[in-house]
Design a protein around this ligand. Sequence first.
Ligand code: ATP
Length: 194
Amino acid sequence: MRIALFGGTFDPPHVGHLILGQALLNFLDIEKVFFVPAFIPPHKKGEHFSSVEDRLRMVELSIRSNDSFAVLEIEIKRGGISYSIDTIREVKNNFKLSRDNLFFAIGSDNLLDFDNWKSPDKILDTCRVVVFPRPGFDVNRVKDDYRKNVVFLRTPLIDISSREIREMVKRGQSIRYLVTDEVNRYINSRGLYK
Ligand code: ATP
């Protein structure tokens, strides 16, 4: 079994996340993509983000029409700061996977920041890191070590971010088509990002 982990804050999950999840299925022969909402994202400590209940619910609503997508509550259950290396190790053991059958997907913004992650080299040893390009990404800015050890996926550039979506809601603009209709309704009903 080949599986992929796609971690994030998902505040909110947007259609970019879904397009990229589908790309993992299409190009890497992966059976299941697990979306993993962070309990406390290490890089966003001190920032304000929506409750874990809201973020989890929005991920569930986003992915429910795709049987090959699932949500994994592993970081929520573990609590504390959500370090990816802990998640990757736990999933690898639970599913009894080899390195080649476990993929960990990140956007290129995160690859540029990879040195600041907990145990980046151990992450690369434990699983296969897949990188999605994001607008403005320059591969020359990536350390050689990382560049050689990750898989770059040739997905379309998607200029959508959760941050921009939150700002649009705050400005009173419609976020229709940037998130699924159900997520849009959920954000409205909960009054998120106002
Ligand atoms: P924010 O704007 O709040 O920082 P985000 O849009 O980057 O959020 P996250 O939940 O942090 O969303 O993203 C989860 C993962 O998906 C991260 O690895 C991020 O780099 C990646 N990602 C998110 N949006 C895109 C995109 N448009 N293209 C490529 N990768 C993306």
